[in-house]
Design a protein around this ligand. Structure first.
Ligand SMILES: Nc1ncnc2c1ncn2[C@@H]1O[C@H](COP(=O)(O)OP(=O)(O)OP(=O)(O)O)[C@@H](O)[C@H]1O
Ligand SMILES: [Mg+2]
Length: 584
């Protein structure tokens, strides 16, 4: 068999999304596991020591490499997976840049042992900091074993930058899960510090999910399956009752490649609308299979961002297929789905005639007739009760400000809790909750570098925490301490004994919850941003706390002085401006 690895010509390598490949041990794990899969391995073992800091080893029974290829594989832009520009648009393998091994070898001590099936003997290569130390002939079974020792040994600043073992191991585990969930037909084993943590047999997807996340998860999953001419969707979503406030198991795959997409996450979230409380997140394991021509994987060096040609159709497919399954499995009224097919499955052919949309209307409906009023008696009662809960003061007199003769602004409270304000000849519709959040956010982010004043609690606050939460909290514990939080984590219990003096005690557990949620979106380094986001979000007054214009006026005044007032810290609009109609 000839050697297969070639150097990519410059015009091809220049078109590949380049970037830092190795950021932490988990990046190495991802690249090595993906290489083993590309080599058609059926059994893959991953061993890590000290969360990958001291050792990451991947052993596979794949196709192995010839002696020349083994040496070549560490060259930059050396790959057997693509050859020309055209190939970049037809990527079937996990790798294609020919960059991973070169980048790993540059910052570690590598030992590769590899043998091809048709060859008698194999090759052992030792490389340190990108320099070849030795190359020898050895006797080993078919396949490859990569040992990566002392990652960043020659870049002390990077080694120091690594987080605690528990945080780094969490990232390793995340990568391992992503690869293992995409290849349920491959056997995997995971060892941590010499101890076997996971042994995954080859089988079906449901088995793989339950082997990883525990048998109980099976009862909480609803199957999803939809097949169209140009795309296939399969997998599972968690039942609404298993949704959590913190992001749990959320996995999207396309053609067996894990990817991230806030847009598609939203499609799933939308499908659950009305079934789970706001801000709860459903779990999902969703697999898209699509013609490789319709996607582009070469848009980001991490290869976890994918561009889809028909993004909006896939959004609709996800949303509707999930809604349908939720209906079929009786967790949502299925009638809804039958009647509101609000999306088009097939993309119309170029020259086919376009049909007029069919809209169902009720010709008998007259909104002014007594019997067609939208509220039943019971509903009316609820609405009245709902509004009466706001009547803590005499609010009616304050809803309209008396029109002022001077230049004072007028305030009007809308039924949905927003306020209209006449300001500089325009009508501003503002959301007081979001505006208050923005004000608080600006305040917190400015004061975060200082050591905050702390108040001791007479009765400590307690909250149970599970393993992942514990790790997250430990990773920011010292930073929280500087902000005035004193907390201990023992066994499965978080105990808070002191809190910042400007935070209300009853908000603290919600802030912790929000911090845990934000930590799934941000890295620990962005502490000041997500801390300020969390505290401002939880501490801001809610819409139903702004009843009188005397309550809205001070925050409106403060708001007018903000530098960037349009969006709140969570990127939602704070206001809309409506021009006052001219009646001349
Ligand atoms: N476990 C393995 N078994 C067999 N061949 C391998 C293995 N790992 C790497 N190779 C060979 O080494 C080459 C270089 O690997 P490397 O990971 O650096 O690049 P790549 O996988 O081609 O692209 P990418 O940088 O996107 O991962 C691969 O193209 C492949 O031919
Ligand atoms: Mg690779």
């Amino acid at each position: 068999m000839p050697d297969i690895i070639r150097l990519l010509p410059d015009n091809v390598s220049n078109q590949i999304a380049a970037g830092e490949v190795v950021q932490r041990p988990s990046s190495v794990v991802k690249e090595l596991l993906e290489n083993a899969i590309d080599a058609n391995a059926k059994q893959i073992q991953l061993m890590v020591k000290e969360a990958g800091r001291n050792l990451i080893q991947v052993v596979d029974n794949g196709m192995g490499m010839s002696a020349t290829d083994a040496r070549m594989s560490f060259e930059r832009h050396a790959t057997s997976k693509i050859a020309n520009t055209e190939d970049i648009f037809h990527i079937k393998t996990k790798g294609f840049r020919g960059e991973a091994l070169a980048s790993i070898a540059a910052v570690s001590q590598v030992e590769l042992r590899t043998k091809k099936e048709e060859e008698e003997v194999g090759t052992q290569i030792i490389i340190e900091g990108g320099q070849l130390i030795s190359q020898e002939v050895i006797h080993i079974p078919t396949g490859s074993s990569f040992q990566i020792k002392n990652l960043f040994y020659n870049v002390p600043a990077r080694r120091k930058f690594l987080k605690s073992n528990s945080v780094e191991f969490r990232h390793v585990l995340d990568e391992f899960h992503r690869v293992a969930l995409a290849h349920e037909d491959i056997q995997f084993q995971l060892y941590n510090n010499g101890e076997e943590l996971l042994r995954l047999r080859s089988g079906n997807l449901l088995q793989r999910i339950s082997d990883i996340f525990g048998r109980k998860i099976k009862n909480l999953l609803i199957p999803i399956s939809e097949e169209l001419e140009w795309v296939k969707l399969s997998g599972f979503v968690g039942k609404p009752e298993s949704a959590k406030k913190t992001r749990g198991e959320q996995f999207l795959f396309v053609n067996h490649r894990f990817f991230k997409s806030t847009y598609f996450n939203k499609a799933v979230q939308d499908a659950f609308e009305g079934l789970i409380p706001q801000r709860y997140l459903p779990s999902f394991f969703l697999y898209i299979e699509i013609d490789i021509e319709r996607i582009d994987v070469n848009i980001h060096p991490s290869k976890t961002e994918i561009k889809f040609e028909d993004e909006s159709s896939i959004y609709a497919l996800l949303r509707t297929a999930i809604k349908k399954s939720l209906g079929v499995y009786h967790v949502a009224p299925s009638l809804d789905f039958e009647q509101n097919q609000d999306w088009v499955f097939s993309i119309p052919k170029k020259d086919s005639p376009i049909e007029e949309p069919k809209i169902k209307i009720n010709p008998a409906y007259n909104p002014f007739k007594e019997n067609s009023k939208p509220f039943t008696k019971a509903e009316k009662l609820n609405v009245t009760e709902f509004y009466s809960s706001f009547r803590n003061d005499d609010i009616t007199s304050d809803l309209f400000d008396a029109p002022s003769a001077n230049n004072e602004e007028n305030f009007l409270r809308l039924m949905n809790g927003r306020w209209m304000i006449e300001h500089k000849g325009q009508l501003w519709c503002i959301d007081p909750y979001r505006i208050h959040q923005t004000i608080l956010y600006n305040k917190y982010i400015k004061s975060i570098k200082n050591h905050a004043l702390s108040q001791q609690l007479l009765f400590p606050l307690e909250r149970p925490v599970y393993d992942l939460e514990k790790e997250k909290l430990i990773s920011i514990q010292s930073k929280l301490f500087a902000q005035g939080f004193d907390m201990q984590i023992e066994d499965d219990l978080l105990t808070i004994t002191a809190i910042p003096s400007d935070i209300l005690q009853e908000k603290v557990l919600d802030i912790i919850e929000e911090l845990l949620y934000q930590l799934t979106e941000h890295s620990e380094e962005e502490f000041s941003v997500f801390f300020s986001k969390s505290v401002s979000k939880v501490s801001a007054k809610k819409r139903n706390e702004f009843i009188q214009s005397s309550q809205i006026r001070p925050i409106w005044e403060e708001f007018k002085n903000l530098e960037m007032p349009y969006l709140n810290p969570l990127n939602k609009k704070n206001y809309e401006i409506i021009s006052i109609p001219n009646f001349e």
